[in-house]
Write a protein that binds this ligand. Structure first.
Ligand code: ZN
Length: 152
């Protein structure tokens, strides 16, 4: 089980990257890396299922090496950690919670990019918070992910 949340940035130049896909027409998310909340939740789910801690322990946000980094690269490293621990991903399922932008036009591309990195099917679903709380006010994006592993 993985969870992540990032607030939207005030910087209009910051790109929005979700599941490894650049989404045009929306501000980006605040974060040390590219703030790809979907890739982070997937990586956290994989690490948790393999008993390998969490994303922050492997890639601390105090480490300048990861500043602005491509989260799909981090995800690839996580898949290696999982493999070394003797596990292989079977599938990963994600629920992204956001008011905007619409993810439907990007969902297939996100699934393809995440799946290629994970080496197993990754499904991405999106839902809205129906106006409730910070996510409902469109202040950020949250993602939950669940990973199934088998012995590699
Ligand atoms: Zn994150």
């Amino acid at each position: 089980m993985g969870f992540d949340v990032h607030p939207f940035s005030d910087d209009p130049e910051r790109p929005l990257v979700l599941g490894g896909v650049r989404v045009e027409g929306s501000p980006g998310l605040v974060g040390h890396s590219d703030a790809d909340v979907v890739a982070h939740a997937v990586a956290d789910a994989l690490l948790g299922a393999a008993g390998q801690g969490d994303l922050g322990s492997h890639f601390p946000d105090t480490d300048p090496a990861w500043a602005g980094s491509d989260s799909l690269v981090l995800l690839g490293r996580v898949v290696e950690v999982v493999a070394i621990a003797g596990w292989r991903p079977v599938n990963v399922d994600c629920s992204v919670v956001l008011e905007a932008p619409r993810l439907a036009p990007h969902r297939a591309a996100m699934q393809d990019r995440l799946g290629a990195e994970v080496g197993a099917p990754v499904t991405v679903k999106a839902t809205r918070a129906e106006g409730l709380g910070a996510l409902g006010r469109g202040e950020g994006v949250a993602c939950w992910a669940v990973a199934l592993l088998e012995r590699g």
